[in-house]
Structures are given as C-alpha cells and as structure tokens.
Design a protein around this ligand. Structure first.
Ligand code: 13P
Ligand code: 13P
Ligand code: MG
Ligand code: MG
Ligand code: MG
Length: 375
C-alpha cells in the first residue's frame, strides 16, 4: 500500500512574541493526533513560532479528512494559545471555518504519496522567519548542482537528472524544467524566490516524487500582513535520490532569505537544532531545522535532529557574522527588503500625509516652458 507523508504547519500563537511554540500548545497537538484512527503515525515538531504536524496515513494527498484533522488540531491549539494569551493566537488560521482543504486557509502544506522502498529515508525541512522561495537555492543545489551532489555524476540511478515544477506565486501558474538541459532558463525564474518557488522535484528516470515544498503566500491569501509564510519541505533520500548528506550540504552555506523582523528584511538562513529554533535577535535570524525519519510501514522512525551536528557550527558562525553586518544597515536596503517585498509598510499613509509637500518637477518644467522661460 502507498503511504502518504503529510506535513502541515501553522503559526497559531508565539511564545514569547514570535519566538517559539509553547510546550502546552505542542502537548495539545500531540493529544489531538495521538492514536487517531486516520493516522499510521505522527510527530509534532516546531521551528520558531510555527507548529508543524508530521503525519503518515494511507489516504493520499489533499485528503479532506486529514486536512480537517490538521485544521481541528490547529483550532484546538489556538484555544490553548488564547488561554495563555500567546502572541498572535490563531495568526495563520485565516478562515473562520474549515472548507474541505486547508490550502488557501492559511496553514502551509507539503505532502507526498510514496510506494515505500526497502528503506525510505526522508528529511523534513522546516524554516521560520522566511518564505517558500527560501528552498529554491538548496533544492537547486541538492538536485541539480554536481558541486553539491556528487551522486548526479557517479550514481547510475541519478545520472538522468531531476525535473523541477516551479510555481509563479503571483499569477498562479506552473511550469516543469528538466535538469540539466533547462537550467539556464530555470535560474532566470528561481533566482527570484519572492515570486517563483520550486513546488516539486521528480526523478526523471522513474517519474517518482523526490521533494515537495509548501508554497502558500499568506499575504496574498489574506490581502494584508499576517506574518511570513514560514515554509516546510520534504525530501526523499538515498538509492536514486540524493544521500542524506547531499540534502543537508547546502545548509552549510547560510544563504540570504527574505523574512526576519516583520517579514521585511533580508537575512542569513541559520541551520539549528530544534532546541535552538527560538529566533530572538531582531526576531531572527531566520532558522532552518532538518528532521530525518526512516519510514517503516508508515511508522516515523525518528527524528534525527540533523543540524544539532557540530559540523554545522561554522555555518552558524558565518550566519551570525552576516547578521552583524546586515543589522548595521538598519532601515536601509538591501537589509530592509525592496518596497514591493516588504510585509509591513507605512508608505501609503506617509505619502498621503506629505502629498502637498511634494513638488512635481515635470509640471514645474512644463509651466516654465509655457511661460516662455528656459526649458
Ligand atoms: P556508509 O559507507 O557509511 O554506508 O556510507 C555510504 C554513503 O553512500 C554515504 O553517502
Ligand atoms: P512570523 O511569521 O514567524 O510570525 O514572524 C512575524 C514577525 O513579524 C517577526 O518579526
Ligand atoms: Mg508569529
Ligand atoms: Mg513563524
Ligand atoms: Mg509566519
């Protein structure tokens, strides 16, 4: 039988501010999922203030009952968050009621249905204080860059390459790029991660799923700032797929992502253990956690909290140095995001207030020309 791995996450209230998930909230989530007849297994995780439900079952992707279970769990957790007056209780639950599928209601969703292999190692990546496009650079490295993934060169089962499904998050379109032949075209798009995000990666030999990410954009769904769409991603490993080490390797380089304070800044993505996933400095810097599981008849054997490995200490040190450097730019770009990308802005109000104080130089020029003066 096929097994579906559903990773569904939401920020339903932060402890304290936007830093972490309160233990009582996690306990409530566990109580909701414990011995649930729909599930084979589950693991309740968090990254920063985002609660992540990792669930296995036999009901396929986009299953209404599974999505309802996740929604009901988030609602129950929101009750706890409200009781404790946690910050932004129910932040990512944008709808008042469940309507068949959690997509479009606020929570982030990544799901894959697999025929479990002889051994099925998977990595669940979870990030806080950033956006779905944050996975573009690591997914590119994992599945298309031989300087990261030697398997693309020396593993006969990987040499065929991978296909990338890229989503246009603004116009709601998708396109498939084949690596390696389409790489230059693909990079035109995925190098702009605020708009184009890698949704899925497929093995080109078998057509099987290799990775899937959450690509919900909260501000587009809600039409206003409601926090960044802190994303999750599932990656299959080994035997035709990248090895676990090849999946983790891109995170040894803390690349810059959008998010951080008020979802309006650029900062390094720092790999951390789940214990250290409590962003505090300027509400950051942005964090990524990697949990490894072996699927065993749908049971989640794990997790292995990969970034607790001291081998990522250097990445953390570099991330902190980049953080020091960027913070000194204060409210200036490129630390502060470009106007179009900021989640928070006072521009309309300030512009309105100052409207009469702006002098249109083109109009002044035209008036001078009409009066016969110098142009
Ligand atoms: P081991 O020899 O430790 O099994 O490692 C094999 C491997 O492929 C590591 O990427
Ligand atoms: P979250 O998206 O993690 O809730 O963060 C929002 C924020 O404003 C941080 O400063
Ligand atoms: Mg929050
Ligand atoms: Mg968050
Ligand atoms: Mg958020």
């Amino acid at each position: 039988a096929k097994v579906t791995l559903s990773v569904i996450k939401a920020d339903i209230g932060g402890f304290v501010g936007h830093s972490a998930v309160h233990p009582e909230v996690k306990a409530k989530a566990r109580a909701c999922l414990e011995k649930h007849p729909l599930l084979i297994d589950h693991y309740v995780a968090h990254v920063g203030d985002d609660l992540v439900l990792i669930m296995t079952h036999e009901h396929g992707r986009n299953n209404g009952e599974i999505h309802k279970l996740a929604w009901d769990t988030f609602v129950a957790c929101t009750e706890v968050a409200k009781k404790l007056k946690l910050y932004g209780a129910g932040q990512d639950l944008l709808a008042d009621a469940f309507s068949g599928n959690v997509k479009g209601l606020g929570p982030g969703v990544a799901e894959m249905e697999v025929e479990e292999r002889e051994s099925e190692p998977v990595v669940v990546l979870m990030a806080d204080k950033t956006e779905p496009g944050a996975w573009n650079l690591p997914l590119y490295k994992i599945f298309a860059d031989p300087f990261n993934t030697i398997g693309l060169i020396i593993d006969p089962k990987m040499h065929c390459g991978f296909a990338f499904e890229v989503r246009d998050l603004i116009e709601d379109k998708k396109i498939i790029f084949n690596a390696p032949e389409d790489l230059y075209d693909m990079l035109v798009f995925i190098g702009a991660p605020g708009r184009y995000a890698i949704k899925r990666v497929f093995h080109r030999g078998t057509g099987e799923i290799a990775a899937v990410s959450s690509t919900q954009r909260l501000n587009l769904l809600a039409g206003r700032y409601v926090g960044k769409d802190d994303p999750v991603c599932i990656v299959r490993c080994q035997n035709g797929y990248p090895s676990v080490g090849e999946v983790l390797e891109p995170f040894a380089f803390p690349h810059l992502v959008s998010g951080w304070m008020r979802g309006s800044h650029s900062g390094p993505l720092m790999p951390v253990s789940m214990d250290d996933a409590r962003p505090t400095r300027f509400d950051g810097p942005p964090r990524v956690v990697a949990l490894g599981f072996q699927l065993a008849d749908g049971k989640l054997i794990g997790p292995n909290d990969f970034f607790s490995d001291p081998a990522f200490d250097n990445a953390r040190r570099v991330a902190l140095e980049i953080a020091d450097y960027l913070r000194r730019l204060g409210p200036f770009e490129p630390h502060r995001l470009h106007l179009d990308e900021m989640e928070y802005t006072t521009m309309p109000q300030v512009m309105e207030k100052l409207r009469d104080r702006f002098i249109d130089l083109r109009l002044a020029k035209k008036a001078r020309a009409a009066a016969g003066g110098e142009a």
